[in-house]
Ligand binder design. Structure first.
Ligand SMILES: [Zn+2]
Length: 128
């Protein structure tokens, strides 16, 4: 492709020009939009992570982390006079914050590749 401003030859799907200050608008818009969407999806902890292609942490949050946390809160509720019921809000906020700042791995290296790398990383840690 060529830069729409200065006609410099750029790699395909370039997001900015190497010669002038042209930046692809949609790139900035998309990244911001996706981050907020990921944060909002985190009202169901794990969905925001899945959305950005983080399969392992997303599934763990969705199937293990969220339910385990809720159970913990329920068990704690009678002992804290119900104060522990405020914790899910904190949990959701923390998850949303994390999802918001996660790198988007859907395109690079791809959800499957990222999942494999995560598992390989954890496997190495466990064998140490
Ligand atoms: Zn240019």
């Amino acid at each position: 492709m060529r830069c729409p401003y200065c006609q410099t030859e750029l790699p395909d799907h370039a997001t900015e020009c190497t010669h002038c200050d042209w930046v692809r608008d949609s790139t900035i818009e998309e990244l911001r939009g996706e981050n907020w969407l990921a944060a909002m999806l985190s009202f169901v902890p794990g969905l925001g992570h899945l959305y950005k292609g983080h399969l392992v942490s997303g599934i763990l949050l969705l199937c293990v982390g969220g339910p385990a946390f809720l159970l913990f809160v329920m068990l704690l509720a009678p002992k804290t006079f119900g104060l522990s019921l405020l914790l899910p809000a904190l949990f959701v906020a923390a998850t949303a914050f994390h999802a918001f700042h996660l790198p988007d791995v859907r395109v690079h290296p791809g959800p499957r590749e990222h999942a494999l790398r995560t598992l390989a990383h954890w496997g190495k840690r466990m064998h140490r």
